[in-house]
Structures are given as C-alpha cells and as structure tokens.
Design a protein around this ligand. Structure first.
Ligand code: NAD
Length: 389
C-alpha cells in the first residue's frame, strides 16, 4: 500500500483525492492539505481523511510514501523540493513551474534523489491515439517529418471560469494564460512526438475576456532545417478545433478530437519524385493506404467517468509499489520541455523577436517581472487581491 496525500484540493486536487481514495488500487489516501480551511474541511469530511492547512506541518506529522501536488503553478517547485528532501515520491501537476530557471532548482533536487519516483501529470500522454502516433513516428512508418500543424481551439474558457480561481490567467498568479494552463499538454505531446524546436516566433492576443494574459496564440516553430510547425491555440472559439497533423515523406497522421487517420505511402516522396515521368508525378506511385484508429469507446467512457488524470495516478502508485521507474509515463524532469517552449513563445510575443532555444533565462525572468509590475498598476484593488498580487 502506498500512503499518499494530496496538496491543494481545489478543482483538480479534490478529484485526485477522490480517485485515490476510491479508485486507485494500492493507494491509501491518508491526508489532504489546502491553505483554504473550507476546502480542506469539505474534502477531509467527505473522504474521512486528516486535513492540514500547512503542507510543512503535514510532511512533519505524517508518514507518507507519496504526495500529489495540485496547487497553483508558482508553488509547485518549493512544495516538491520539500517533499523530495523528506524522500517522498512526487507527482506534480502541470506545469512543472512558471519559469525554466525555477524549474531547474527542482530538477537538480530530483537528480540528487534518483531512486524516488517523480512524475509529471501529463495525462494526455495516455491518449492511445497519441501513443499510436509516437509508435508510427518512432518506427519510421511515416518517414522523415516534413510538416506539423497543431490547432487547439476547443478548450473554451468563459469569463466565469477566469473569475473562479483568482490566480488564473494573470502574470502574478499564474505566470501566463492559455499557453501555460491549457496548451502545456499539447506542447508536451508535440515535443514527445517530434522533439524540441530550435527557434520560435509567436503572436499573442487577448480576445473578449477581462484578463491580462493571452487567450489567443499563433506560433511558428522551427525544428532545425528539418521541418516547421504551425501552432494555433485559443480558448474563445465555438465550436473550436482540436487537430494534429504530422506529414512525413512516407505518410501522414491526422488526429482530430476522438478520431485518427494515418496514411502510409507505397513509396517515399523522394522515390516518387525520382521516378516521375509526368509533370505531376505518376498516379500509381503516389498511392497510399489509409488506416482508421480512435480514442476507443471503452477508454472514452473510463476517462469520461474518472478523468484521464486517473491513468497517471495509477501509473504513479504502480511505479512506487513495484519500485519500477521504467514504467513512469512522464518523469518530472521532462516537465522542463513544454515549459521551455512556453517561455520561448512568450518571450517572442513580448519582444517581437525570433527566439532560439535554449533561451536567455535571466531575460525571461526580468521581462516576466515587468509584466507582473505592469499588471499591478493596471488592475484595481479588488482584482489585485484576487490574483494574490
Ligand atoms: N492535468 C490536468 O488536466 C489539470 C486540470 C486542471 C488543473 N490542473 C493543474 O492543477 C493545479 C491546480 O489547479 P486547479 O484548477 O485545481 O486550481 P484551484 O484554484 O481550483 O485549486 C488550487 C488549490 O490549491 C490551494 N493552495 C494554494 N496554495 C497552497 C499551498 N501552498 N498549500 C496547500 N494548498 C494550496 C488553493 O487554496 C486551492 O484550493 C494547477 O497547477 C493546474 O495547472 C491540471
């Protein structure tokens, strides 16, 4: 049995606590912690576990094997380091942190504790269509990647949502908007599938919401001289699109919502070009076979009922129980990749420059602080209190 606690039992953490208490095999939820007394009491009473309002007190008093951290992003690193210092296994909600510089503090602490299980809550990696895409790319089925288009505009967020948690969509409370909150998932999937970009250029806007951060993003990412990706994201579009298209020289993958189609060419584009005896290429050589795949009805029902995040909770507990680091879906250290892309995209939109990766971390810290200072001046007293500024 894995004795586990959840730190932060708001929208997400209360769901993790429920899943750990009722659904995850070999998990023993012993305590929860939230600085908000009301939330802590509510969850502790309904799940009959001990409540704390200070995580340090909880770490000092409880004998824990593991914690799940589901507090707002800025606090992830300090809480995770405090847990690792006590040799407690950590599952951290996304994003790992707000800035690369801060995330690196946690990564070096993780390096000091190689035997602990440290995982990121990258639940989208459990989507079997993305897993299939990874397989098709890794085994060379679609050949050399030539183009990527990722459009994610169906995660609609109303003003009501932004008002719910005051820290959301502010530089002071969250350290960003749509990119760091929602797109961190897609940017992790992107780098997991095709690697890290080397250069980015990005344009950000705020459309139709009373927030200080972006909710509309258009980016171009360059992957060396090999290929480019056009990444489009927003949270104000109805009905919105959720589509990933990856074209290789031997085939193409298209994932749209719950459906996937992938085509494998009879011949690589290079061979078609070499053999072409007609201006548009020979029809026979240009043939490809298209396969259908999907999220899967059972997976859809299971993930719908429990939340996709439950798959990661199970993976985390299982890795601790079996002492097997190799089964971890996303090690904590991998959290830095999507965050690096996010910091680079923000830096590009702030400066109107193309940003090379790795980027200037000190410059990022400085410009983020300027955003926070500007936000304090722009907002009225009530809003400042909401975002914790
Ligand atoms: N994986 C996913 O799909 C997913 C979905 C939603 C949220 N999240 C992540 O979960 C985290 C929380 O998001 P949320 O939507 O649940 O926010 P929330 O505001 O609803 O909950 C956060 C909770 O943390 C508490 N808290 C703040 N600081 C604390 C501290 N130092 N110690 C203990 N408790 C503290 C707050 O009182 C609040 O109850 C964020 O990092 C977010 O990105 C992930």
């Amino acid at each position: 049995m894995v004795n586990i606690a959840v730190i932060g039992v708001g929208r997400m953490g209360s769901r993790h606590a429920l899943n750990l208490a009722k659904r995850v095999k070999n998990a023993n939820l012993v305590a929860i912690c939230d600085t908000d007394h009301q939330k802590a009491n509510k969850v502790s009473q309904s799940l009959k576990v001990k409540a704390y309002n200070d995580y340090k007190e909880m770490l000092a008093n409880e004998k824990l094997d593991a914690v799940v951290i589901a507090t707002p992003h800025y606090s992830h690193v300090d809480i995770a380091i405090a847990c690792l210092d006590k040799d407690i296994n950590v599952l951290c909600e996304k994003p790992i942190s707000v800035t690369i510089k801060k995330a690196k503090e946690l990564i070096s602490k993780r390096d000091e504790k190689p035997n602990l299980i440290c995982e990121m809550m990258y639940n989208q990696r459990t989507n079997r269509m993305y897993k299939k895409a990874k397989e098709l790319i890794s085994n060379g089925s679609i050949g050399k990647i030539q183009r990527v288009n990722f459009t994610i505009t169906d995660w609609y967020r109303s003003q009501f949502y932004y008002n719910m948690g005051g820290w959301r969509a502010s530089w002071t409370g969250e350290g960003g908007g749509t990119l760091i909150n929602q797109c961190v998932h897609q940017l992790d999937i992107l780098q997991w599938l095709v690697g890290m970009p080397t250069m980015v250029k990005s344009y950000h806007k705020t459309v139709g919401r009373r927030i200080t951060t972006e909710n509309d993003v258009t980016s171009i990412m360059r992957f060396g001289d090999d290929f480019d990706c056009v990444f489009t994201a927003s949270t104000h579009e109805i009905p919105g699109t959720n589509r990933l298209e990856i074209a290789g020289d031997k085939g193409r993958i298209v994932i749209e919502r719950f459906k996937m189609k992938y085509s494998i060419n009879k011949m690589s584009e290079e061979d078609v070009n070499r053999r072409a005896k007609r201006d548009y290429g020979n029809k026979k050589d240009k043939r490809s076979v298209t396969h259908s795949y999907s999220y899967g009805l059972l997976h859809m029902i299971k993930d719908g009922l429990r939340g996709q995040q439950c798959n990661i909770l199970e993976n985390f507990v299982n890795a601790i129980e079996t002492k097997n680091k190799d089964i971890v879906i996303a090690d904590l250290k991998e959290g830095i990749n999507a965050l690096t892309i996010i910091n680079a995209l923000n830096l590009s939109s702030w400066t109107n420059e193309e940003i090379s990766i790795p980027l200037d971390e000190d410059r990022y810290e400085k410009l983020l602080q300027e955003k926070i200072d500007e936000e304090r001046v722009e907002l009225d007293d009530e809003d400042r209190e909401l975002i914790g500024g």
